[in-house]
Design a protein around this ligand. Sequence first.
Ligand code: SAH
Length: 238
Amino acid sequence: MRFYLFLVFLCISPLLAGDDFATARDAMVAEINEMTRYTSDLTGKTILSKRVMDVMNRVPRHEFVSADMRAFAYQNHALPLASNQTISQPYIVALMTDLADVDEEDTVLEVGTGSGYQAAVLAELCRKVYSVEIIESLGEQASLILQRLGYGNVSLRIGDGYHGWPEAAPFDAILVTAAPETVPEALLEQLRSGGKLVIPLGQQGSIQTLRVFEKNEQGEIKKRDILPVGFVPLTRED
Ligand code: SAH
């Protein structure tokens, strides 16, 4: 009898593990909502779009971090990746995605693939995601994870995202998840009219600013500062 109970436990334990993560994801979403209210004086937003938050509650962040970080995957914190890089805090991922304002027909560029998590969030919300990563090993690892999870609408490239992805431009939105000191002109050029570029700007070690550039139908650019942030630097190929 005990043996059979043990077998039943073995069969359902993966399901229990899945449930554990679902509960943790609910808690993460609650924390993001709380932080959104708390930062609303800066961002002007008391809630983020339901479409974005539903995706935050679905994408398995634990799949994008190393085994020893899995227990922390749904805390509202940035986590270390290989090569001294970080997967952004879930609140920042949700906020940047909300600011990019993408819909299901959109083509989006991400600069700084890292773990692939932000790319997966975008992939659930739009038609096609292009993502560029400068560190080969990170890009390769992200590619394997995204394939395994079935994100067939993400294309990855190893290279310097400072130059964007000209062959796939124009983009309805561009998200940059590493901070340059000034906005790369190529990214503004590759933005479609009506599109938004969401980017942290500023020196490493000092407080950076998350800024949104919006291109109107006449091609004019308007900019808006959202809040202070801390990102790894956007490095350059020599
Ligand atoms: N969006 C990622 C987090 C990225 S951390 C995620 O969801 O996990 C920032 C990433 O930008 C790092 O992986 C870093 O290697 C990459 N990066 C830095 N400079 C870059 C550049 N010039 N072009 C492309 N990627 C760059």
